[in-house]
Design a protein around this ligand. Structure first.
Ligand code: ADQ
Length: 527
């Protein structure tokens, strides 16, 4: 997910050491009876929101600085007081017992460290070498390692064991993303009857693709412990329901509802939004930003084409550079009249597939410049940097074209940010992959198949020559949608759906249990 600090972009910050996962289950349970927790419980009033995400934006020096999703979740947490729980981002030799707790206003932050083996197996392993590629339809990149699968479940058990003692009976728990599919099931085993919702920030593929996941049946079964499972698009939700039906997991009891082990699970689409007004204001005020001014000066009279993505194979960077190259070759009039800036911070550098891709994309950008460039013109400026949101907003605003062409994306917030940042009188044009979740809402963009180089090249040419009236009309329709479906609205819709689920429903909830529901797949490698 986006602004919840992306674990992807950070390597562990501490030296790492041995591998054994300490028995946090029993120790954390002991902590539950601690007097401080009892005191907090006693002073609480009303349901509290508990957010679980792999990385937690713990405020430094008492203030939070993150944007987008983090701010929205923080806003939701502030309403009734809340707890934000997850990984600290640290790997250490001997993770300490329980969670490290800090307080900012009425939000409690609780984080735990991971041992190196946990990080390697749960995060760099199963989450990012099996779940991520399968969910992005990249079966060619899937790595199946039984010990990583085991590590994924083991670390989820440890997260649950650390979280369980911090939970109050009426807390509403909102779990984020693919790192935590088994979390609710583990919490149920520890006695949690809380309402627990899950939101997947990445796509969910159809059964033919999803079934390439190791422990496919077991993972699906684990979703049964949630009360609400949310996706970005109706297509993802439908794919997921088809997977449940295909694996005979529970039974459909109406549109978007499944009965699994006597428990009703709601399934729905909740397309995430951005903080549209704040982003638009930042873009309008970015004229004075130093980076924006320098960039403008460096462009001269050239039109700017911009791409902004984490360096990830799902973002279609190779195909995008090819399309740009094809555009220049087939439209020589545009030589030295456009500049393509691709701002791409590295991510997941400790995952081998990412290391390979980082090298390949850098070589490709260099090769394209060598091949197409002039002494006084660098066609592609390829930058592995993070840029502050104000500057980013300003760069979007000065761009004639936003190139957002992932091969597959849950939503893609850059597409929305690009639209929000435009000048109403003279907006740029968004070229958007039809395989981004955002294409459902932003269907007035120039929608393209990112695999089709010539189509993408033609879209760039069309965008650069699009008459002002058409640009305004397309932009206005998209902007209206972004003004309605903001990130706050997204939070509210998910949480009000979750809150409407009667609390008692979870009472009868049996934890999915590998013994009661034997998985057809082996959990460890056959001998
Ligand atoms: P991501 O894969 O990280 O998120 P995306 O939705 O585009 O992708 O969000 C990226 C965020 O990072 C944006 O807010 C963008 O501004 C910011 N960003 C990207 N490059 C940057 C740079 N160089 N400098 C500064 N900021 C940069 C996952 C899913 C998406 C889903 C989100 C939210 O993969 O499909 O949209 O979660 O659910």
């Amino acid at each position: 997910m986006a602004d919840i600090p992306d674990p992807a972009s950070d390597a562990p910050r501490q030296p790492v050491g041995r591998s054994e996962m300490p028995d946090r289950v029993s120790r954390s349970r002991k902590r539950a009876s601690g007097s401080e927790l009892e005191r907090r419980r006693a002073s609480a009033s009303g349901p509290r929101l508990v957010v679980v995400s792999n990385r937690v934006p713990v405020p430094k020096d008492g203030s939070t600085k993150a944007g987008g999703l983090s701010v929205a979740l923080e806003g939701a947490l502030k309403q009734s007081g809340g707890l934000w729980f997850g990984w600290s981002g640290e790997t250490v030799e001997n993770p300490s017992e329980g969670a490290r707790i800090s307080q900012a206003g009425n939000i409690t932050f609780a984080v735990m460290d991971l041992a190196k083996q946990d990080y390697d197996e749960y995060y760099a392993g199963f989450a990012n070498r099996a779940l991520w590629p399968v969910c992005h339809y990249r079966l060619d990149l899937v790595q199946i390692e039984r010990h990583e699968l085991d590590g994924y479940f083991r670390v989820n058990r440890a997260f649950a064991a650390t979280l369980a003692p911090l939970l109050r009976p009426d807390d509403i728990v909102w779990v984020h993303d693919y790192h935590f599919i088994p979390l609710a099931s583990e919490l149920r085993k520890l006695g949690s009857n809380n309402r627990i919702g899950f939101f997947l920030h990445i796509p969910w593929p159809p059964p033919d693709v999803a079934s390439a996941l190791p422990a496919y049946h077991r993972l699906l079964q684990n979703f049964g412990a949630y009360d609400l499972v949310g996706f970005h698009t109706p297509q993802d939700a439908e794919n997921f329901e088809r997977c449940l039906v295909g694996e005979n997991i529970g039974s459909s009891v109406g549109p978007g509802e499944h009965q699994i082990d006597g428990h009703r699970v709601r399934i729905g689409a909740f397309p995430v939004g951005i903080d549209t007004e704040t982003f638009a204001r930042a873009a309008a005020g970015a004229e004075r930003n130093a980076l924006v001014r320098r960039t403008r000066a460096s462009l001269g009279n050239r039109s700017l084409i911009i791409g902004v993505d984490r360096l990830d194979y799902s973002k279609g960077l190779k195909q995008r550079i090819e399309a740009f190259s094809c555009f220049i070759t087939s439209n020589p009039d545009f030589r030295n009249r456009v500049t393509y800036i691709q701002i791409t911070p590295k991510s997941r550098s400790d995952v081998p597939e990412y290391q390979r891709m980082q090298r390949e994309i850098a070589e490709q950008a260099g090769w394209t410049n060598g091949n197409l460039g002039e002494v006084d013109w660098t066609p592609v400026r390829y930058v592995n940097r993070t840029v502050g949101h104000a500057a980013l907003a300003g760069l979007y605003r000065m761009s004639r074209v936003g190139l957002v062409t992932p091969l597959r994306d849950g939503m893609n917030l850059v597409a929305k940010e690009f639209v929000a940042a435009q000048q109403p009188d003279d907006p740029g044009v968004l070229i958007l992959s039809r395989f981004a979740g955002a294409a459902h809402e932003l269907d007035c963009a120039l929608l393209v198949n990112p695999y089709d180089t010539e189509v993408c090249a033609a879209a760039i040419a069309r965008a650069l020559q699009m008459p002002l009236a058409e640009r305004r009309e397309r932009w206005a329709t998209m902007m209206k949608r972004l003004q309605v479906n903001t990130v706050e609205a997204w939070c509210q819709r998910f949480l009000s759906s979750l809150s409407r689920i009667p609390a008692g429903v979870t009472e009868a909830h049996p934890a999915p249990d590998a013994e009661r529901n034997p998985s057809p797949e082996p959990e460890t490698a056959p001998a």
